[in-house]
Design a protein around this ligand. Structure first.
Ligand code: FES
Length: 198
C-alpha cells in the first residue's frame, strides 16, 4: 500500500519526470541566453548605412538658369531627392545648399515667391543664404563644396550631409542661426561658391 502511495505521488516515475523537466528547463534557459548573447553581440556591429553618395556630378554651370532679378536666386531642385542638395544660381554664380534642416534633419521646401526655404516639420525658415530667419533651427543650412572637373562640369561634395557636417559650418563658440562675418566671406568664394562671369 505504502509502495502504491509512493508511486501515485510520483515515486517510481518521479526521477525520469524530474530529469525531463530539468533538461527542458536548462535547454530553454540555454536558448534564451544564447539569443540574448547574439543580440548583445549584434549591438556592437554597425548597421547598414543608407547614405547618399557624397560626391556627384551636377552638370555644367551654364545649365542653371540665371535669375532675372539680380537680388533673387533661382533654386534648382533636380538633386533634391537623390542627393538632398539644391543648386542655387545667383546673379554672380552658383552654390550648393544641403537640404537637411539643422533642427532635426527634415528636408525643407523651396518657395520661390518668398525666396525662402521652409521646413515642414517645425517651421524653420531659411533665407537664400541658408540663414535661419524663423523657427527652432540652430544653424544655417549647410553648404556643399563645388569643384570644376576638367570637362567643365561641377563636382559637388556633401560630406555625409547632416550626419557628419562639412568643415565650413559653424564654430562651436558662435552657435548662431546666421553666418558670422568671417563665414560670409568664406561662403562667397571657392570651394563654396562658383563664380560665373558671363
Ligand atoms: S526639422 Fe526642420 S524645423 Fe524641425
Amino acid at each position: 500500500m505504502a509502495e502504491h502511495v509512493s508511486e501515485s505521488s510520483g515515486g517510481k516515475g518521479a526521477p525520469s519526470r524530474r530529469k525531463f523537466f530539468l533538461i527542458t528547463g536548462w535547454s530553454s534557459l540555454g536558448l534564451f541566453l544564447s539569443g540574448a548573447g547574439a543580440a548583445f553581440a549584434r549591438y556592437f556591429y554597425p548597421g547598414v548605412l543608407y547614405e547618399p553618395q557624397t560626391t556627384f556630378n551636377a552638370g555644367r554651370p551654364e545649365e542653371y538658369v540665371k535669375p532675372v532679378n539680380p537680388t533673387e536666386v533661382v533654386v534648382d531642385e533636380r538633386f533634391k531627392s537623390s542627393q538632398r542638395v539644391w543648386i542655387v544660381r545667383s546673379s554672380k554664380g552658383v552654390y550648393a545648399m544641403v537640404g537637411v534642416c539643422t533642427h532635426l534633419g527634415c528636408t525643407p521646401n523651396w518657395f520661390p515667391g518668398e525666396q525662402r526655404f521652409k521646413c515642414p516639420c517645425h517651421g524653420s525658415n531659411y533665407n537664400v543664404e541658408g540663414e535661419v530667419v524663423a523657427g527652432p533651427a540652430p544653424l544655417p543650412l549647410f553648404r556643399a563644396k563645388i569643384k570644376l572637373a576638367p570637362d567643365g562640369s561641377m563636382i559637388i561634395t556633401t560630406g555625409l550631409l547632416g550626419i557628419k557636417r562639412p568643415e565650413l559650418q559653424y564654430k562651436k563658440s558662435t552657435l548662431l542661426p546666421r553666418w558670422t562675418d568671417e563665414e560670409k566671406i568664406d561662403i562667397a568664394k571657392a570651394p563654396y561658391f562658383l563664380e560665373i562671369k558671363a
